[in-house]
Design a protein around this ligand. Structure first.
Ligand code: UD1
Ligand code: MG
Length: 438
């Protein structure tokens, strides 16, 4: 792919009022990344000259995108005087003769889906699809086998609203077309905006060659509302999970699991139903059982869950994590933590068993502290380890013990219990005295 042949402009300056959100529309996330991120990622496979047009919340949009990409040009739209998708094209300066224009609300686009725009030398190539429910899209009016114009929903007549062929919102223009027609756009329409789509009818009247390209909603869906966001998420999730299943991951009821685009699997993995795996998590030869949540963690040769929670920066290797166990920012190698525990800011060594109900008390209300647990340690149920604390190798901690700070030396037993007292027949005496019927 010669990336110096085409320039790409992504329109991301709009308010996105239909999202009903204080956050800019293009920053809403799909599979863990802002919508605009997905579009730039696909664009970079095709071009070295990418311009993103911004205005609404421009600092936030630019800052977030610069955290992912360092080679994007940003142009600020004069949205006050020139609102609309046509207004957004006013100050761009693409390097190449061919310019692909993408809407910033199309997170499902891929480089492959855009290939049709590259191998076509018409003056304008525009994307269209047919929809049973064209609501919200611009209608494409075709007469005598030629595209005549695009009519926005808000400007359409009753008859035009019946048209099911819609503008998908991606166009390839020659640089001359942009230079000639963008300055001629007018805002005499229902929204008082400069519509990029009006370039089509002007070019048509001048006899330019307009080539419609039939595309699919699966890749070209525009996100305007929270419902669209949810629908696009479902498509993206299907795509991500299908890829991992093709790579050899077993997924039970995959439609119930959410996996972000930054997650990676290696070797043979099983993900049971209802899991959520996010951030830069990496799952290697492991079994993630039903209902588990894994955030930004590494799981290697281990089994996790059902219903376990690995919070960010956990590293689990050769380890068994059972139900209702929460791990945060901890390293566990060759460990068993079978039931109902909280392990936070800890390092746990090989051969160690963590009994049910064990808690690392890592927070004193002001600061967080570390718990270091050595090898072959046996921690009895319902123990609290008050950090900072070091449990050396081969230590036994009796059930119900509170280890409050310091170091438990290698090979020791730690036990903190009040002596057990058994008072015979106490039950009967207590209830008779209180005149209570048993
Ligand atoms: C647009 C098209 C419509 C098409 C649909 C496909 C126009 C006038 N209409 O409508 O024909 O069917 O996309 O999804 O182009 N933007 C700016 N500056 C602005 C306004 C918008 O940069 O002043 C950006 C937005 O951030 C967004 C994109 O342009 O990423 C599209 O804007 P949006 O308001 O979503 O247009 P639609 O109504 O969806
Ligand atoms: Mg839109």
């Amino acid at each position: 792919m010669n990336k110096d042949k085409i320039s790409i402009v992504i329109l991301a300056a709009g308010k996105g009022s239909r999202m009903k959100s204080s956050k800019a529309k293009v920053l809403h996330s799909i599979s863990g990344k802002p919508m605009l991120y997905h579009i730039i990622k696909a664009s970079r496979e095709l071009s070295n000259d990418i311009t993103v047009v911004i205005a609404h919340q421009k600092e936030a949009v630019q800052k977030q995108m610069q955290s992912y990409f360092d080679d994007i040009n940003f142009v600020i739209q004069d949205a006050e005087n020139f609102p609309g998708t046509g207004g957004a094209m006013k100050n761009i300066a693409p390097k190449n003769e061919k310019v692909l224009v993408l809407n910033g609300d199309m997170p499902l686009i891929t480089a492959k889906a855009l290939e049709g725009f590259l191998h076509n030398d018409a003056d304008i190539i525009m994307s269209i699809f047919d929809l049973q429910n064209p609501d919200g899209y611009g209608r494409v009016i075709i007469e005598k086998n030629h595209v005549q114009k695009i009519v926005e929903q808000k400007d359409a007549t009753e008859l035009e609203l019946q048209v099911s062929t819609v503008n998908a919102g991606i166009y390839a223009f020659s640089k001359e077309v942009i230079e000639k027609y963008i300055p001629l756009l007018k805002n005499n329409n229902a929204q008082k905006e400069y519509y990029l789509t009006d370039v089509i009818s002007m070019a048509r009247m001048d006899g330019l060659k307009i080539s419609p390209l039939l595309v699919d909603e699966e890749h070209f869906k525009g996100v305007n509302s929270k419902k669209d966001l949810a629908d696009a998420e479902e498509i993206m999730q299907n795509r991500i999970k299908t890829e991992w299943m093709n790579a050899g991951v077993i997924m039970q009821l995959p439609q119930t699991t959410y996996i972000e685009e930054s997650v990676a699997f290696e070797g043979e993995c099983i993900v049971e139903n209802g899991c959520r795996i996010t951030g830069k998590s990496c799952i290697i030869n492991s079994h993630i059982k039903a209902g588990s949540v894994i955030e930004e963690s590494i799981v290697k040769n281990s089994d996790v869950g059902p219903m376990a929670h690995l919070r960010p920066a956990s590293e689990i290797e050769d380890t068994h994590i059972g139900n209702f166990v929460e791990i945060k920012k901890s390293t566990l190698k060759g460990v068993k933590a079978g039931h109902l525990s909280y392990i936070g800011d800890a390092e746990v060594g090989e051969g160690t068993n963590i009994g049910a109900g064990t808690i690392t008390c890592n927070y004193d209300g002001i600061k967080k502290y570390k718990t270091i647990i050595g090898k072959n340690v046996f921690i009895g149920s319902d123990s609290q380890l008050v950090a900072p604390v070091i449990i050396e190798d081969d230590v036994m901690i009796a059930a119900g013990t509170t280890v409050s700070s310091g170091t438990v030396a290698k090979g020791s037993l730690a036990i903190s219990r009040t002596k057990l007292r058994i008072v015979q027949d106490f039950y009967y005496k207590f209830f008779n005295k209180n005149n209570t019927k048993i």
